[in-house]
Write a protein of this length. Structure first.
Length: 248
């Protein structure tokens, strides 16, 4: 028996015992995978519910799946809920943070324009970029077979990010101004329910940004002697936290 295909879908596409969709997902099913009526699928929505179903119709424009069994979301992971608070870096580096962070189990990404961020996103350009980021997260969740979908939020500034991101434990990666190692900090604390990890863009945080995060209870930590690229730092911090307190 062949392995059942699994797809991430929006709960908005599900109604009256059927799931229907067009666009990229329809194209992937019909043109790339060449699925046909009668093929069995497993659909997972952003709320973590899983839906077993059978393809009922495939037309030129859309696919309809008849749902046979729906199961509620699985129990929460033992991992703390992780939010990456990331100063926007140059180019497509943020794509890597979103993709690999999703694979590693990050629950949310709060992206902001730091003083040292080169990109300046506003209006239609910002909206287009947000849509791109959401597609990256969606595809990474599908590929890694996650049963939930991380949120991607845009925040205008570091100060706004510091004030608005809530978590039981708040960490700030500050490589040049502290000797407090991440390992020592985590070893002294009980497992929190949620963690926010703030990371600057290339060049790190400006002094007033560091102060804004510190004023909101973020603890400055270092990963050691090596200075990591901003995208590497985000993934390294996530992997370490998941290893110590999570499900890696």
């Amino acid at each position: 028996m062949s392995e059942q295909r699994r797809f991430m879908v929006s709960s908005r596409s599900i109604r009256d015992g059927y799931a229907s969709f067009n666009g990229e997902l329809h194209h992937h099913m019909a043109r790339v995978l060449r699925l046909r009526p009668g093929d069995e699928l497993l659909l997972v929505d952003e709320q973590g519910r899983s839906h077993q179903g059978v393809i009922d119709q495939i037309t030129q424009e859309w696919t309809a799946v008849r749902l046979t069994v729906t199961r509620e979301a699985a129990p929460p992971s033992i991992s703390p809920a992780i939010t990456i608070v990331q100063g926007l870096p140059r180019g497509e580096k943020i794509d890597l943070v979103l993709q690999k962070g999703t694979e590693l189990g990050v629950n949310g990404f709060s992206l902001f324009r730091a003083d040292r961020s080169v990109p300046r996103l506003t209006g239609d350009k910002l909206q287009s970029r947000l849509e791109r980021w959401e597609r990256i997260v969606f595809e990474a969740a599908r590929q890694s077979e996650r049963f939930d979908l991380p949120q991607v939020v845009w925040i205008p500034s570091a100060r706004d990010a510091a004030e608005n991101v809530k978590a039981d434990l708040k960490l700030l990666l500050w490589e040049r101004g502290t000797s407090v190692h991440l390992r020592e900090t985590l070893a002294a604390l009980p497992r929190p329910a949620s963690i926010a990890i703030a990371i600057g863009p290339e060049g790190g945080f400006a002094p007033d940004e560091f102060q804004a995060f510190s004023d909101q209870g973020f603890i400055p930590v270092t990963l050691g002697k090596r200075i990591l690229r901003t995208e590497t730092a985000a993934l390294a911090m996530t992997a370490i936290v998941q290893y110590i307190w999570g499900d890696i």
